[in-house]
Design a protein around this ligand. Structure first.
Ligand SMILES: *Cc1c(COP(=O)(O)O)cnc(C)c1O
Length: 335
């Protein structure tokens, strides 16, 4: 593997902490729970996109770009982290966000504005077209845009998580510990793609499971194919001969609830539990759902008591503030 020759802008504070969830493990009676704190990657309230952006923004700078362009939901963590990366790199940032401006900017949107990003409101269905228009417009004005895909997910962005798996392996070695399962929220796939490739390259023997937070099981393995393709693209870019297939990509479905960004009981209970037992904040869209799924899998007996399971926290807590109403009032009969 050779990524040392690829341009990379240092944005993250690494390594992120690797911790045991001792109180929660005791409360549940096993498995042994660990957490990897990529909610603390150190840039503008952290998150998983920071690792991807080190390589994406590195490439943008190497190409002489002066503007980062990306897209996402109103409460996109990726857009907030991209806006922060642009600020650090001295670049402009243009964001295409789905929907209409809310009455009050809150959560990630507020932070996008504080970070100096320019926000364009679009209909999700017109995303591709609006992106082309914006690129053309920026070029006409003499700017040099660099477009980052949704979630920073492509072969280059995934590289951030190939490197992250080396980091994890080094931490586990130092602890003298092993991990049997790694569980992570999965949506645009770059994080899981990097982990799956990185696991192979770093000799991580545990099973990586992505919790799909926004899809129903399509049965056709489209998402698994997409993730495998991204991992293979990533391997090519670093001169590795690894080729991944859908069989290498494990995704758990069934946790989509009311849809993307819709807070339900699963998320609410997971967020409360981890906050009250461990003082750690999950987010309402990704990690609240994925940790809720992990708790469900534990209840269903998916793991042995003496196995160890690592939950990879991918960040997102700023979005909690945008869901204050849904989170603040405890349902009747709950503490
Ligand atoms: C983007 C994001 C994810 C999903 O990562 P992908 O690489 O898009 O699959 C998970 N958690 C949080 C908090 C995110 O912002």
């Amino acid at each position: 593997m050779n990524f040392e020759s690829l341009p990379r802008l240092q944005l993250a504070q690494l390594p992120t902490p690797l911790m045991r969830l001792g109180r929660l493990t005791r409360k549940l009676g096993g498995p042994q729970l660990w957490i990897k704190r990529d909610d603390q990657t150190g840039l503008a309230l952290g998150g998983n996109k920071v690792r991807k952006l080190e390589f994406l923004v590195g490439a943008a700078l190497a190409q002489g770009a002066d503007t980062l362009v990306t897209l996402g939901a109103v409460q996109s963590n990726h857009c907030r982290q991209t806006a922060a990366a642009a600020a650090v790199a001295g670049l402009s940032c243009e964001l295409l966000l789905n929907g209409r401006p809310p009455e009050c900017s809150n959560g990630n949107l507020l932070l996008d504005e504080l970070l100096g990003a320019t926000v364009h409101w679009i209909e999700r269905a017109q995303r591709a077209e609006k992106l082309r228009q914006l690129e053309t417009e920026l070029c006409r004005k003499g700017a040099k845009p660099y477009v980052i895909p949704v979630g920073g997910s492509n072969g280059l962005g995934a590289l951030g998580y190939v490197v992250a798996m080396q980091e994890l392996q080094a931490q586990l070695r130092a602890h003298g510990s092993r991990v049997d399962h790694l569980v992570v929220a999965s949506s645009s796939g770059g994080t899981q793609a990097g982990m799956v490739l990185g696991a192979r390259l770093a000799g991580f023997a545990g099973r990586v499971t992505g919790i799909s937070i926004d899809r129903n099981d399509p049965g056709g393995f489209e998402y698994e194919d997409e993730v495998a393709q991204m991992a293979t693209d990533c391997a090519r870019q670093i001169g590795s001969a690894e080729r991944l297939t859908r069989a290498d990509v494990h995704v758990a479905y069934g946790y989509r609830g009311g849809g993307y960004g819709v807070l339900g009981e699963l998320e609410r209970q997971a967020i409360r539990l981890l906050a009250r037992e461990e003082g750690i904040f999950l987010d309402p869209v990704y990690t609240g759902r994925a940790f809720g799924a992990l708790l469900d899998l534990i209840r269903k007996g998916q793991f042995q008591r003496d196995e160890s399971v690592l939950f990879w926290h991918t960040g997102g807590a700023p979005a909690l503030f945008a869901q204050a109403r849904e989170l603040a009032v405890p349902p009747r009969g709950q503490p």
